[in-house]
Design a protein. Structure first.
Length: 164
């Protein structure tokens, strides 16, 4: 809230350079802000009494936006990469997929390992669980299971993430 939007009877006023100007009525604070050709901005509405600061509002908004942008830059986005397997996968193909998953995990991404069953393959769900366990054993030293293998429709899904 700025200027006339502040409806409180009393506010604690802080000057532009951070010095405490004390508790006064909102009208007096507005008068002080106008005299210095600045805005009265409510900074801490939850405090008793609310804290208002005499500052240039446009500059204040710019600073907030800049700080928010800086915080976003430092944030790490974790992607979920998917590795698809089939129930009749060969050992060498499994090694290739495991190496790919290892690269994803080392970059800090999570890996969704899905094993798709087609047609009559649905009769061998136990074999699919063994394949996923074997896949995890290949990545055991760098990965940890987030969600264990579970059936979702015609596919069995398991989530892995990097060990901390």
């Amino acid at each position: 809230m700025i200027n006339e939007q502040i409806r409180d009877r009393e506010v604690r006023v802080v000057g532009e350079d951070g010095e405490q100007l004390g508790i006064m009525s909102a009208k007096d604070a507005m008068k002080m802000a106008r005299e210095s050709e600045k805005d009265l901005v409510k900074i801490a509405p939850g405090a008793k009494p609310p804290v208002c600061k005499i500052i240039d509002y446009g500059k204040y908004r710019y600073e907030l936006a800049r700080k928010e942008k800086e915080a976003k830059k430092k944030q790490k986005v974790i992607d979920v990469k998917e590795i698809r397997l089939s129930p009749n996968i060969d050992e060498n193909d499994l090694n290739t997929k495991a190496n790919q998953a290892r690269k994803f995990l080392e970059k800090g991404n999570k890996v969704k390992v899905s094993l798709r069953f087609r047609g009559r393959e649905m009769a061998h769900i136990g074999m699919g669980k063994e394949i996923l366990n074997h896949f995890y054993e290949k990545l055991e030293e760098i990965a940890v299971i987030d969600k264990p293998a579970k059936m979702e429709g015609r596919s069995m899904v398991m989530f892995l993430s990097e060990k901390r």
